[in-house]
Structures are given as structure tokens and as C-alpha cells.
Design a protein around this ligand. Structure first.
Ligand SMILES: *[C@@H]1O[C@H](CO)[C@@H](O)[C@H](O)[C@H]1NC(C)=O
Ligand SMILES: *[C@@H]1O[C@H](CO)[C@@H](O)[C@H](O)[C@H]1NC(C)=O
Ligand SMILES: *[C@@H]1O[C@H](CO)[C@@H](O)[C@H](O)[C@H]1NC(C)=O
Ligand SMILES: *[C@@H]1O[C@H](CO)[C@@H](O)[C@H](O)[C@H]1NC(C)=O
Length: 250
């Protein structure tokens, strides 16, 4: 008998099933991979606290979240993060965030990060101006002052004065304080600053909040990147199987 292998309909059907199965597992594998517990993760802390989705997104876009995590792991100075709530961001003048360049977004976020661990009481006695990751504390750049009256601690930028409303997290090396306003730096929002002239009216979704557009700046792909990597690993595994099936079919 000739050894010519002709796939029977049943075999073809099984091969098809197998292929479908491959596709299905690849899709399922794109569900979020649980993060391992390990070094301090600012994103995780903010997620747990809730009401910080805009800040989390900005941290992803600017990669400042990763920098904070790395710095926390690699230095013993610790860090202090002022975390504006979603409400704080949405009560900015419409278009404020969108009018910022990528570099300005980075600076804005860095302005909310102090490269030292400050307990609540240290915060109250710190000397002004406080140096943030944004750098230059000159009065027209990135000055940040802390003022206290009684138990109330305020941070002021010369543009914005707001109260530290809550201590969200503190572990001896990272302190996260909640703010109900975004700290707008002098360099970008002060009277002499050239920057954010409100952009000409952009087409806005109805009731759109001032927010980071999820599509424009890659935050969506950032979200999915871990899953995509995992997915393509599975895909790699399945390519072999598909190749075998294909060979058998020919
Ligand atoms: C930090 O936590 C976020 C959200 O839980 C997760 O997506 C991210 O992968 C974590 N980063 C690291 C370095 O573990
Ligand atoms: C944290 O620091 C340790 C030692 O300094 C290093 O081995 C490790 O890779 C770091 N982990 C991260 C996530 O940066
Ligand atoms: C911050 O404090 C410094 C030093 O006390 C002072 O010179 C400056 O005017 C203050 N700036 C603001 C915006 O409060
Ligand atoms: C703190 O800021 C609030 C506005 O958020 C203001 O009403 C209050 O006077 C400020 N207090 C201090 C001590 O600067």
C-alpha cells in the first residue's frame, strides 16, 4: 500500500479543534497576571487606596511609578509622595493636563515627589522651600512650601495652597499623603510662565473630565504589556504545535 497520508475528515476536524483551542488559550492568557509580592510598589499602594486612577495613569505614562519603585529599592533615603485624588485632577481647569507636553507631565509628577521619607511630624518642621524631584526650587521654578497651623499641614506652590488631607501609607521608607488639589508649579502655571495657554477647543467627549487620554499616550498598552508578553510566550509554545498540525495536514 502507498504510504501517502491523507488526513481523514475526523483528523481535520481534530486539527481544527486543536487550532481553536490554541487561539482560546492565547486569549485567556491575556487576563492580568497576578503581581508577585515583593519590593514596594507605589501603583499597588495607590490602587489599594482607591480614587487615584488618574495619578496611577500619569505615573505609567511618565514612567515615574517605576522610577519611584526602583529608587525606593535602591536607596535608603526613602520617599514622600503627595498624591492628588481623582477629584483633584478633575477639578483642574478643562484641558490643563492635555495642554502639557510629555516633559511637563513628568515635571508635574516629579513635583509631587520628595526624595526623602518624611513622617507627618518631620513634614511639619521641614525647612522651606522643600526640594522635590522636579529640582530647581527658585521662586519661579518649582518651589514647594510646607506651612502648619495646629494639626493642619498645608503645602503651597505659590499657585496652589492645599491641605494634606490624609496619610495614606507609611512604612518607614515611603510616605504617601493625600491631597485634594494638584500641586501646580510656578514654572508652568505661575503668572510669568509661557506655558499652558489653554488649547483651542478640542473636540471633547460629552461630560469628559480633564484627564489623560487613554489612547493617545500609550497608557493602555502599558496596562496590557505584562499580559501581552505572557500571551506571546504561550503563543510561542503553540507555534510548534500548529507547525506539527500543518505538516500532518499537508
Ligand atoms: C506594581 O503593581 C501594579 C498593580 O498592582 C502591577 O501592574 C505592576 O506590575 C507592579 N510592578 C511591579 C514592578 O511589581
Ligand atoms: C532591589 O535591590 C536589590 C539589591 O540592591 C537588587 O538585587 C534587586 O534587583 C532590586 N530589585 C528591583 C525590583 O529593583
Ligand atoms: C516659601 O518659603 C520661602 C522661605 O521661607 C519664602 O521665601 C517663599 O516666599 C515661600 N514661597 C511661597 C510660595 O510661599
Ligand atoms: C491651608 O490651605 C487652606 C486652603 O486649602 C487655607 O484655607 C488655610 O488658610 C491654609 N492654612 C495654612 C496654615 O496655610
Amino acid at each position: 500500500m502507498a504510504t501517502n497520508f491523507r488526513p481523514s475528515p475526523t483528523f481535520k476536524f481534530l486539527a481544527l479543534l486543536l487550532t481553536i483551542f490554541q487561539c482560546t488559550t492565547t486569549t485567556l492568557a491575556q487576563a492580568p497576571v497576578p503581581a508577585p509580592s515583593g519590593p514596594t510598589n507605589i501603583t499597588k499602594i495607590l490602587e489599594k487606596a482607591g480614587q487615584f486612577t488618574t495619578l496611577i495613569r500619569l505615573m505609567k505614562v511618565t514612567q515615574l511609578g517605576d522610577q519611584i519603585n526602583t529608587q525606593l529599592n535602591n536607596s535608603n533615603q526613602g520617599m514622600t509622595v503627595f498624591a492628588p485624588t481623582d477629584n483633584a485632577f478633575s477639578s483642574l481647569k478643562p484641558g490643563t493636563l492635555n495642554s502639557l507636553s510629555d516633559q511637563q507631565k513628568v515635571s508635574l509628577l516629579q513635583f509631587h515627589v520628595v526624595p526623602n521619607y518624611l513622617t507627618n511630624s518631620q513634614l511639619q518642621t521641614v525647612s522651606n522651600p522643600l526640594r522635590t524631584q522636579a529640582g530647581d526650587t527658585a521662586s519661579d521654578k518649582f518651589p514647594l512650601n510646607v506651612t502648619t497651623s495646629g494639626n493642619q499641614v498645608n503645602v503651597s506652590t505659590g499657585v496652589v495652597d492645599t491641605t494634606v488631607s490624609n496619610s495614606i501609607y507609611t512604612d518607614g521608607s515611603l510616605a504617601v499623603y493625600q491631597l485634594d488639589k494638584v500641586l501646580l508649579p510656578m514654572s508652568m502655571f505661575g503668572p510669568a510662565s509661557p506655558a499652558p495657554a489653554p488649547e483651542p477647543e478640542k473636540k471633547k467627549k460629552s461630560g469628559a473630565q480633564d484627564d489623560v487620554p487613554a489612547t493617545d499616550d500609550g497608557s493602555v498598552s502599558a496596562d496590557a504589556s505584562g499580559a501581552v508578553v505572557f500571551g506571546s510566550y504561550l503563543h510561542g509554545l503553540s507555534v510548534g504545535a500548529v507547525a506539527i498540525v500543518t505538516m500532518l495536514c499537508l
